[in-house]
Each structure stands twice: as C-alpha cells, then as structure tokens.
Design a protein around this ligand. Structure first.
Ligand SMILES: *[C@@H]1O[C@H](CO)[C@@H](O)[C@H](O)[C@H]1NC(C)=O
Ligand SMILES: *[C@@H]1O[C@H](CO)[C@@H](O)[C@H](O)[C@H]1NC(C)=O
Length: 267
C-alpha cells in the first residue's frame, strides 16, 4: 500500500485483523477513510455519475425493485408488520454458497412474497472472547464486506433496496470489498455511497453491527453459509454447492408455499 492510498482507519483495521493472516496475506482491502479525503473524492467523482444513474434508474424501472410494485396481487391487502413471517439467512459475504442461495432461492422468493416476509441477513464469523476482536472465515476483506451489507440494511431498511444491493455485491463475491464494486452496486440500486461510507467509516458503528450479527448466528447455533431459517426453524442449507436439510424442498415454489401457509395461519 503506497502512501497515497487512504487506509482503513486504525481502530477498525485492528478490530478486523485476522490473527491467522500475516501482513502479506491480507488482501488489498479497499478502504473508506480517512473521511476528509473520502468526502472530496466522493463529491468530485460520484455525484454527477450518481445522478445520471438515478435518472436512468427512474426512466427504466426494470429492476427487481420495481417489478413487484407493479404486481397488483401483492397490494390488495395491507399487511401489518406483526403478521410478517420471519425469514433469516445466515451467510458470509465472500462465499459462493451465499451467492447461490440469494440467486436461486431468496431473491426470487422475495420477488413473489416480500410483503409477507420480514427478512434478516445475519453473518457468520467469530469473536475473540478476550479482546472482542472479530474475524471472518475468508479474512478481513470478508468482515468488511459483511459490514458494508449491514450498513446498507440499516440505512435502507426497505428490503427491495438492501437485498438488491446485497445480491449485486455477492454476485461478484471474489471482488468484495473492492471500491468499484461497492460503488457501482450502490449506483445500480440507488443507494447513496456517501451514506454507506460514513456508516462503514464511523468509529465503532459498522463493527458493532457485525459483532451483534455474528452473535445472533452463534445464538442460533448456525455455522454454515448459507443457512436459511423460516420462522426460527432451519428450512434449508446451501453448502459446498449443494442444498441439504431442506425438509420442505429447496425450490422457490416450495419456500413461497411455506411462507403463504405461515402467513395465512397468522391472519
Ligand atoms: C424483523 O426481524 C428482526 C429480527 O430478525 C426483528 O428485530 C424485527 O423487529 C422484525 N421486524 C418486524 C417488523 O417484525
Ligand atoms: C444451541 O445449542 C445449545 C447447546 O447445544 C443449546 O443449549 C441451545 O438451546 C441451542 N440454541 C438454539 C436456538 O437452538
């Protein structure tokens, strides 16, 4: 890393440090600080492009985001938040099974029944009980990818936005957390990169989200990316390129059917 390259802030770098990785093994983590540099860079480079893309986005609303707005069946009945069926996926951001899980099952399911579902994305990693340091299976770059996705979900609680963004990033998981990817996916899905960036860069915020998320997976005894849980029960696991532990089937129609059953039962 040359001196021109802004570095991930020291505290986070420390927290994200994977004790098993030597300095030379640490991937070229794209960095999001210091903020003064960042702000100038972002303002100069991003805003015009961002506005253009926003315009394109509104003119050609062919993305996942808009499809389901057009679906009259989904808007017939107002849905209260309490009635939503809890669906949770536990993933690691730099994992091909997470990509397949989103692409083959979760995104197409949400396109059909997003109004009936409270979707949570939780991450798998470990926390050193002595130092509280977080580490991730695929190294510090993965921890940073997880933080980016948690920040996106926090800032944009609308599932159409954060899930579209997560799917975009994880589709290119080997490139996480390269700046080009993080930024182009944000533009594609209408997320403000600057807002994301300040959540990631803020002292503590992003890393606290990751720690809480990892604890949540641990409390539920989940270790495999991707584990899909429906209403608290393991519904399906995608691991090593295969689906298993899917008692109700691993197809989109199977999952949609189960969600409809649970949703109707709770009315
Ligand atoms: C959605 O689920 C999360 C936990 O998975 C919970 O914290 C949140 O309150 C739920 N939201 C709604 C609207 O039910
Ligand atoms: C996780 O495993 C522990 C120990 O086996 C058990 O006590 C706990 O109830 C499990 N938690 C869940 C949510 O299954």
């Amino acid at each position: 890393m040359d001196s021109q390259t802004p570095s991930f802030n020291e505290k986070q770098q420390h927290l994200l440090h994977d004790p098993s990785a030597t300095a030379t093994e640490v991937p070229p983590v794209n960095n999001y600080g210091p903020r003064s540099y960042q702000t100038q860079y972002v303002l100069k480079r991003t805003i015009p492009v961002f506005l253009t893309l926003l315009a394109i986005f509104y003119l050609f609303p062919t993305t996942f985001v808009c499809h389901h707005h057009d679906d009259p069946a989904l808007s017939l009945r107002p849905v209260t938040t309490e009635g939503k069926v809890p669906l949770e996926i536990h993933v690691m951001s730099k994992c091909p099974d997470a990509r397949d899980c989103l692409r083959e099952l979760i995104v197409p399911t949400m396109v059909k029944v997003s109004e009936k579902v409270n979707l949570t994305m939780s991450f798998i990693g470990s926390i050193d009980p002595n130092s509280d340091a977080v580490s991730c299976v695929h190294g510090p770059a993965e921890c940073l990818g997880d933080i980016i996705l948690l920040c996106a979900a926090k800032i944009y609680p609308d599932v159409k936005l954060w899930l579209g963004y997560a799917n975009c990033l994880i589709s290119d998981y080997p490139d996480i957390p390269k700046r080009d990817l993080v930024q182009s996916c944000a533009m594609e899905h209408g997320l403000d990169f600057q807002k994301l960036n300040s959540c990631i860069s803020d002292e503590g915020e992003g890393i606290d989200l990751l720690r809480a998320s990892i604890e949540r997976s641990q409390e539920n005894n989940v270790t495999k990316s991707c584990t899909v849980r429906l209403a608290g029960e393991i519904r399906c696991i995608r691991d090593g390129g295969e689906w298993y532990d899917c008692p109700g089937g691993s197809s989109v129609d199977d999952l949609v059917g189960d969600i409809n059953k649970l949703y109707n039962a709770s009315l």
